[in-house]
Ligand binder design. Structure first.
Ligand code: OAD
Length: 245
């Protein structure tokens, strides 16, 4: 499953970094991106989740995001998410970086999450930037509008073609550089700049671990590859640490 060496490394480490992708939520029933669910009502999601679609087809854009929000509101975290909460409680130098927008790490109880691609539960104005909590804006019109400036509201996610929040990316890069053990969990490791983080960790001396049932471009560079589902493995890591403690 995983090596004794890995458990020893984790035990003796101060700084542990986990970067997650859609695969960690697969066991909660959330479809991954590059699985077979890349279409929504015959629309290519990569065309729809874009600033251009928000501008030119806001009704369709919002129909899609309301559907995704409803789908994600119904799903629950799985063992993998909960294991990461346990690890955050054990390690001062714990960092969780995610590419997921599904809010499941926060729902599970992780307190500090570097959300590289945003969070679908958030909403802000595309014109003036004002943020709105749920219930603070009128969600009944096909395209919800800002109560302050009348601009079109949008979900707090990074759309295709947009850049990542720079402060969060910088924090993630720093955590990667400082980590003694870096885990890449449930990601196809092809979308930049997230895909570069494990290489930053490795170049700075981290022990690099991949947890993914499938091979990825990162696999050949990892010090340890665990070809299993993340729920089972992350829970088993926590159990192994508990046994020793
Ligand atoms: P992908 O759909 O590209 O990859 C999901 C990965 O999870 C695959 O490598 C699967 O083999 C793996 N996987 C599936 N089930 C698993 C399980 N139970 N345990 C562990 N691994 C499992 O998703 P991401 O890599 O997250 O960006 O995609 C990266 C980004 O691409 C997304 O954040 C999104 C998209 O463009 C934005 O929306 C900006």
């Amino acid at each position: 499953m995983f090596s004794n060496k890995l458990i020893k490394r984790i035990l003796h480490a101060y700084s542990l970094t986990f970067m997650t992708g859609a695969g960690i939520s697969a066991e909660s029933g959330v479809p991954t991106f590059r699985g077979k669910d890349g279409l929504w009502q015959n629309h290519d999601v990569q065309q729809l989740a874009t600033p251009r679609a928000l501008e030119s087809e806001p009704e369709l854009f919002w129909e899609f995001y309301r559907w995704r929000r409803q789908l994600l509101a119904r799903v629950e975290p799985n063992l993998g998410h909960y294991a990461l909460v346990d690890l955050e409680n054990r390690y001062k130098g714990f960092t969780l970086i995610t590419q997921n927008v599904d809010n499941l790490h926060i729902k599970a109880g992780n307190r500090h999450v570097l959300e590289l691609h945003g969070n679908i539960t958030r909403t802000y104005c595309s014109k003036c930037g004002k943020e709105f909590a749920e219930g603070e804006y009128d969600d009944t019109p096909a395209v919800p509008k800002c109560t302050q400036c009348g601009g079109v509201l949008r979900p707090g996610v990074v759309l295709f073609g947009e850049s990542l929040p720079s402060a969060i990316l910088a924090e993630a890069q720093q955590a990667a550089a400082e980590s003694e053990v870096f885990f890449s969990v449930g990601t196809s490791s092809i979308v930049e700049p997230a895909a570069s983080l494990p290489y930053i960790a490795k170049a700075n001396g981290a022990y690099l671990v991949e947890i993914n049932p499938e091979e990825t471009p990162l696999s050949a560079h990892a010090d340890e590859v665990i070809r299993e589902k993340s729920g089972k493995i992350l829970a088993a890591i926590v159990l192994a640490l508990e046994r020793i403690a």
